[in-house]
Design a protein around this ligand. Sequence first.
Ligand SMILES: Nc1nc2c(c(=O)[nH]1)N[C@H]1C(S)=C(S)[C@@H](COP(=O)(O)OP(=O)(O)OC[C@H]3O[C@@H](n4cnc5c(N)ncnc54)[C@H](O)[C@@H]3O)O[C@H]1N2
Ligand code: MOO
Ligand code: MG
Length: 426
Amino acid sequence: MYKQYISVDEALQEIINHTPRANTEIVPLDQAVGRVLARDVVADTPVPSFAKSPLDGFAVRFEDVKTATKENPVALTVVEEIPAGHLPKVTLTLGQAARIMTGAPLPEGADTIIKFEDTSLVMSEKQHYEACGDKVTIFNVPKSAGNYAEIGEDINKGDVILNAGCVIEPAVIAVLATFGYAHVAVYTRPSAIVFASGDELVNVDDDPMPGKIRNSNSPSIAAQLQLWGANVDVGKIVQDQEEIIAATLIHALQRYQLVVTTGGVSVGDYDVMKDVFQKIGAEIIFWRVNMRPGTPMVVAKWDDKLIIGLSGNPSAAYISCELFVRAYVYKMQGRFDFWREPVTATLVEDVGKAVNQDRYLRAVANINQAGNLVVKPLAKQKSGILGNMIDANALVYVPADDNKIYKGDQVKVILLKAPKGESVND
Ligand SMILES: Nc1nc2c(c(=O)[nH]1)N[C@H]1C(S)=C(S)[C@@H](COP(=O)(O)OP(=O)(O)OC[C@H]3O[C@@H](n4cnc5c(N)ncnc54)[C@H](O)[C@@H]3O)O[C@H]1N2
Ligand code: MOO
Ligand SMILES: [Mg+2]
């Protein structure tokens, strides 16, 4: 017999344990943003790979200029000009300087850069420093030598600079580009399909007759999966009939890596989802999680794939998807950030009597004026409530045995999104 009423952590662990790793594919760098890196990136060169100037000015020998002040400036002979991208030709010796631009290689013999502003050069009308001929006078110097960019000061050769599993964000693109990754190995996007079941459901573009409602779960679940990196299709609405659902699921399982259903997982006369999972030979891993909303979720294994049966109640489906399906889709793509560690926040108003089940109250988390995280549960908490989900960026954990939690209490919070700016209600 399968497990029942397991904790959120246990349910998450089960899902993680049953997650197959996605394949890898190679994509061009300009299509890699948002994908997940499939290989570590090791620096095959130091960065910078040559010592270079961080300023527009003069490369000098510290020894020659260290006494320079406004009152006692030091004059040097300018022996060459080094633009960025060009190699120096001269090794600096006693009393010599090279005019050098930001990013240009440091000439041999130089150990210090003096910026234009600390020299006798004046700015032209066009806001450029004038040409100086073969003499420059220095009147201000750094405290010590070495104010240039050293080889490897950014990244050392051999450093593991990116780990497989990291999400390719713009900063990651910069690193990949630096090391010549015109193409990148990434995890393939998992393929998923979402089915809604229920005789009451009509398509989004249909007018619901009395007693019917539009299917809002399939589009919202599909959108969640899409945001998390999956390639998603939305299946047709299926009636609450075992044979129809069974045939639909088998067809889908042969084609997709993940099948998500919504509806029909509770104890109603037409809640047949878990029976169908068993009928098609899937092994139920658990049914019912000790949480509200989202209690009756069912997860089954078919081959090496999971079928995740979410509740039909819109916010229950949404939250279970956030907590569990997201973890599965992330883990499939080799991501490590699938587990949301709860944070502590201060409750800004009393919460009524708890039910005999762990609750996850939809809430708004803010950073208050003092810079602390505060959280305010939304007024409506029924599982069928959909309208206020757009405001929720957090879930407040209320353990079953806590009769009441009060304003000012420290509570555990799962952040679904970043906390909002300053709160007005705390
Ligand atoms: N006797 C009991 N009844 C219920 C229990 C229980 O323990 N004992 N659990 C309740 C809880 S908690 C939940 S959550 C719901 C779960 O219901 P199901 O997952 O079986 O979902 P349905 O019965 O199909 O629908 C529930 C509700 O959601 C609406 N719905 C369904 N699908 C969609 C969709 N695609 N888009 C929008 N809305 C949808 C549906 O019309 C129902 O109103 O069961 C409780 N019952
Ligand atoms: O588990 Mo249900 O989502 O509370 O109504
Ligand atoms: Mg039901």
